[in-house]
Design a protein around this ligand. Structure first.
Ligand code: PLP
Length: 219
């Protein structure tokens, strides 16, 4: 199946409340153009350097989402164009985004990444850490970032019950925060292997790579 056909198949199955982020990390610009020509405008990358290179060569109406772990010293390279940052996993990083956004007179939309998986390797904040950030005065004073929701990655497992439970826990927390924070609107959960479960559990944004572009080759 072609990239256009994959996109068509996935998009036709999505409720209108769910936004598809096409995860193009490691894929060449030719593949992104194919998706672009099929109407896709939102793309996700997990390395700042790679996203900047692609931004420079591709059409400017593309919305670039940073979905990976952030290196604070590289935030400055994407601050002039990034549309949404999914993987904010510390207050320090949020402050750096605020500082860089200010230089470009922008307000950058961000999601806090919450750790919901059981694996040691997954980045993210826990619920207590997040609550103390939200309560701090320093947080309330940031003017150039807009935290509009949460992102999470479920455990890498075949156990659908576990995946569903992890997503459900995050949705409950998301709903709770939403009652206190009117800007909250995005729950970014679901990848190629689990986006159907994520949507059943309340996802509003899915990040799909291999089901659109094929498997990635890491050399
Ligand atoms: C790579 C990646 C995805 C997409 O993964 P697929 O399984 O290829 O759909 C989604 N989210 C994050 C954070 C990723 O790094």
């Amino acid at each position: 199946m072609s990239i256009a056909q994959n996109l068509q198949r996935i998009k036709s199955s999505l409720p209108t409340t769910v936004t598809l982020v096409a995860v193009s990390k490691t894929k060449p610009v030719t593949s992104i153009i194919e998706a672009y020509n099929a109407g896709q405008r939102v793309f996700g990358e997990n390395k700042i350097q790679e996203m900047v290179e692609k931004y420079d060569t591709l059409p400017k109406d593309i919305k670039w989402h940073m979905i990976g772990h952030l290196q604070r010293n590289k935030v400055k390279y994407m601050a002039h164009f990034v549309d949404l940052i999914h993987g904010v996993d510390s207050f320090k990083t949020l402050k750096e985004i605020d500082k860089q956004a200010k230089k470009h007179n922008r307000i950058i939309d961000c999601l806090f990444q919450v750790k919901i998986a059981t694996e040691q390797t997954k980045f993210g904040l826990n619920i207590d850490e997040l609550e103390s950030i939200f309560l701090s005065t320093e947080y309330k004073e940031l003017e150039n970032v807009n935290v509009i929701g949460l992102m999470g990655m479920a455990s890498f497992t075949d156990d659908e019950i576990q995946i569903r439970q992890e997503f459900r826990g995050l949705k409950t927390f998301f709903d709770q925060l939403k009652t206190q924070n009117s800007a909250f609107k995005i729950l970014s959960i679901g990848m190629s292997g689990d986006y159907e479960i994520a949507i059943e559990e309340g996802s509003t944004m899915i990040r799909v790579g291999s089901s659109i572009f094929g498997n990635r080759n890491y050399n």
